[in-house]
Structures are given as C-alpha cells and as structure tokens.
Design a protein around this ligand. Structure first.
Ligand SMILES: *Cc1c(COP(=O)(O)O)cnc(C)c1O
Length: 456
C-alpha cells in the first residue's frame, strides 16, 4: 500500500476556539511595564492603541477563546490548511525519519499572517474603528492586513521598511491592490520617522522604526488603531489555529512528533504551531523537542539578552520581558525580512529561558541551501523565513540517519517564497553575503537597554 502524503481536514474540522497557553505555563508570566513609570501596565494603558476586545485577549487567562463567526467565515476561504509528509525529501536524505510540514502558504497572502489579520480587523471594526496602521518588513504582514481590512471595510496605512519597499516592489503592489496606502519607513510623515531621517538620511529602516511610526499615527488619531503582526499574546493566540489543526492531522497520520520546528521573527507562526503541542509537553503526555530557528544576522534567542526592552526604536511601546538585541539594533538587510526583529514574544522567550524550547541560528546560505533542497524535492519554494526551520529539520533528519533512528519531525512551513525570487536569484548565483551578527551591533543595541533586569 502506498503511504499517504496528505492529511486533509474538512471545513467542519476548523477549530472553533483559539488556544491560550498562558494558563498552562509551568511558570508565572512577567507583566509588561509602563515605559515611563516602569510599573506593570494595566489594560487602560493600551486603550489608545487597541480595542478593548483585543486588550482583554492580550491579558486573558482563559484557556480557550471562541473564534467569532465572521472570522471563521473568512478562515474558510483557505482553512483548514494542508499537512503533508515530505516523503521525497526523506528519500533524498536517505533518512528513516518521517518529516511532516504544516503549510500556511496556501492562504491568499501566502503566509500564516492572515490568521491574526482577519481577527484583528474584525474586532477593530466591531469597536467602531475606521482605520488601522501597521508596519511591514518583508511585506507579508502588510499583505495580510490590507486584505483583512478590505474584507471588513477598514482603511489601512502600512509603513514598509525601506529596504523591502525597494527590494520587493511586488509586495507593495499586492498591498496597494488590496486597497491600502504604503509609505516607505522611515518616512517624513511622522515625528519618529523625521528624527531617524535627520540622523541617518539614507536609513534602510527597520521593523522597530516602522512600528514607532505606525504607533504614533494610531496614538494621535482617535479613529485609528494600531495592529501588530507578531510578538503580542493575542497575535500568538490567533495563530494557534495552525497547531490545533496540525494536531488533528498528526493524529490522522498516526504519529506524534519528536521534533516541532519553526522559524521565529517575533514568534507568532512558531507559537501558533507549537503551543498546542507544548500544552502536551507541559502536561507530560508528549516527549518532544521544540526547536526555534532564526537568522545568524538577527540572533535574538541565541545571542540576545533576556531583559525588559521596548518593542520599538522610538521607545513608545511598553517594556516587554523578552530576549532582545536592543531596540536600537538595526539588523543587516538579509532576505528573511520577516525575521529581522530585535525582540521576540515574551511567552516564547520565557519558554526558551526555562529550557522548554531550544534555539538555533543559521546564516543565509545555510538556510537557502536547505530551502533549495526542499524546493527540488517537494516542488514548493519556501519563503526565506521558513528555510531556517527546514535547515534544522534536515540537520535532525541526518542525525536520525546516522543514529539509525526513526524520528518524527514536524516543520512549520509558514509561507511560500513566490515574492522572494530575488533572494533565490542571489543565492543561486553566489551573491548572498554571509552576514552574521557583529559584536559592535549588540553593544550599541544593548547600551540603550532601559535597565530593568529580569530576576533569575
Ligand atoms: C512574518 C513571517 C515570519 C516571522 O514572523 P513570526 O511572527 O515569527 O511568525 C515567518 N514566516 C513568514 C512566512 C512570515 O511572513
């Protein structure tokens, strides 16, 4: 009998509630702090930026949160997403390991990001908001949010990191096709953008800078909310549809993962895939290793400091407890634009700190080599971000081969790379610089840390 390669759920199998890992964590989460007073913030402090419904999700200790009907209706445009067995990759590696991947590239925007964009647009519309502002790095988040805003009749303003604005015109055009306005960041249209341009007129921008600009516009306009595509608890929460589906699909395959592997920019796709499995690990019913991967040029989890830091460069956001390279750190313009963020989600950072997750960093060429091997065996060209996860999966499959062990490896394939052909072109023609994180960058970044250490 041929082994099945696809594990397809039906529309009826779509999860009807998101899973919140926070009440199941074996340690107490640390609160965010007010940027001025350095005291824990309350829900009221977030009110200028977010609608109340999302703030309540941000601080929720409920294990399950119902997915509203209108959000489910839009999820149904592409969800449930497929889970595949990467049999041809296994064969190429001659490994006894079984490699599965949960593929989020089938969403209209090509990544996992619409899972939260749709939810955020819905709650903002319900709260009477007229417009959302946001930042985008690689353009994936801008694509997702512009689509979601269009579906719910909201205006959308996207500050796009200048490096991507110039490298990836097709992402900008996607966003504009969905009806949103795109400004390259740093822009002269905000105070935060002007300050950066005064100091560094040729700045290629960073997510931290673009966040400051988007937050400023939301904070100074009554009818405008800010929307973040990663890092925050409610964003990770919305992404758990990915892992909840993947759990059912792994059951269909009759296997339990020994490894759950993903890439981490701010942590949302990997948390979305892994938290429903992490619940089982914490409960003692799953003995799996969790590997978070990141670029060597922006090695937040592997080389950053565990400290309170700002989410943005302009020091407007609350201080959050996380692994950070410092909020002034501007990573080299590597192609994995979605992984160029100086911090990571607090819950994911804490899981690494407490030893429940491991982290690994790879250079661009290591990651793209894996991405190309995946493309040539499975036919899917992965986004530059998930090539990092594929690298780790291939490495573990080779370890399994050498040990003669049948390991089960689950990869989060967070998106396709169809808008990233320039990156593949550079890799294939030997033009990808091996940018690694430089000690000067870390020192400059950490010197600006606000100095609220986290006790051990
Ligand atoms: C944005 C993005 C990422 C990184 O963001 P996370 O919040 O860490 O998931 C990873 N992969 C893809 C395809 C993305 O678009």
């Amino acid at each position: 009998m041929t082994e099945p390669l696809q594990f397809n759920l039906q529309e009826d199998d779509l999860p009807t509630a998101w899973y919140n890992l926070l009440p199941d964590l074996p340690f107490a989460p640390l609160p965010p702090l007010h940027p001025g007073t350095k005291q824990p913030i309350g829900p009221a402090d977030l009110a200028p930026l977010f609608p109340e419904s999302l703030i309540m999700q941000e601080v929720s200790t409920e294990r399950w949160i119902d997915i509203p009907g209108p959000v489910l209706d839009i999820y149904r445009l592409w969800r449930p997403s497929p889970l595949y067995r990467a049999r041809r990759l296994e064969q190429a590696l001659q490994t006894p390991a079984h490699i599965y991947f949960k593929y989020e590239g089938t969403s209209p925007a090509g990544s996992h990001k619409p899972n939260t964009a749709v939810a955020q647009a819905y709650y903002n519309k319900e709260a009477g908001i007229r417009r959302l502002t946001t930042e985008t790095g690689a353009g994936q988040w801008g694509s997702a949010l512009s689509m979601a805003c269009q579906f719910f009749g909201l205006d959308c303003l996207v500050f796009m990191v200048r490096a991507s604005f110039e490298q990836k015109p097709y992402r900008r055009i996607f966003i504009e096709t969905m009806g949103a306005e795109v400004r390259p960041s740093p822009s002269p249209t905000t105070g935060a953008g002007k300050r950066i341009l005064d100091e560094t007129p040729d700045s290629t921008g960073s997510l931290g800078i673009a966040i400051s600009e988007a937050v400023e516009v939301a904070a100074t306009n009554e009818d405008t909310s800010y929307s973040l595509g990663s890092v925050l608890n409610h964003v990770l929460l919305h992404q758990t549809v990915v892992g909840l589906e993947a759990k059912k699909q792994m059951e269909m395959a009759g296997e339990q993962p020994d490894f759950v592997i993903g890439c981490v920019g701010g942590g949302s796709n990997y948390a979305g895939l892994s938290y429903p499995f992490m619940a089982d690990k914490v409960a003692g019913t799953l003995d799996a290793r969790f590997i978070a991967t990141e670029p060597a040029a922006c090695p937040t989890l592997t080389r950053g400091e565990y400290a309170y830091d700002f989410g943005d460069t302009g020091e407007m956001t609350p201080l959050v407890p996380m692994y950070t390279l410092g909020h002034t750190f501007v990573p080299a313009p590597v192609h994995a634009g979605g992984l160029r963020y100086h911090g990571d989600a607090p819950s994911l950072s804490a899981l690494v700190k407490h030893g429940l997750m491991e982290a690994r960093a790879y250079t661009q060429n290591q990651a793209f080599e894996a991405g190309v091997q995946f493309a040539r065996t499975q036919g899917i060209i992965p986004g530059p971000e998930p090539t990092h996860a594929i690298r780790a999966a291939i490495d573990e499959a080779i370890v399994a081969r050498e040990a003669g062990e049948k390991k089960v490896i689950l990869i989060g394939l967070s998106g396709h790379g169809h808008f990233d052909m320039g990156a593949y072109d550079d890799y294939l023609h030997g033009r990808l610089p091996e940018v690694e994180y430089r000690e000067e960058d870390v020192v400059a970044g950490l010197a600006h840390l606000p100095g609220v250490p986290i006790p051990d």
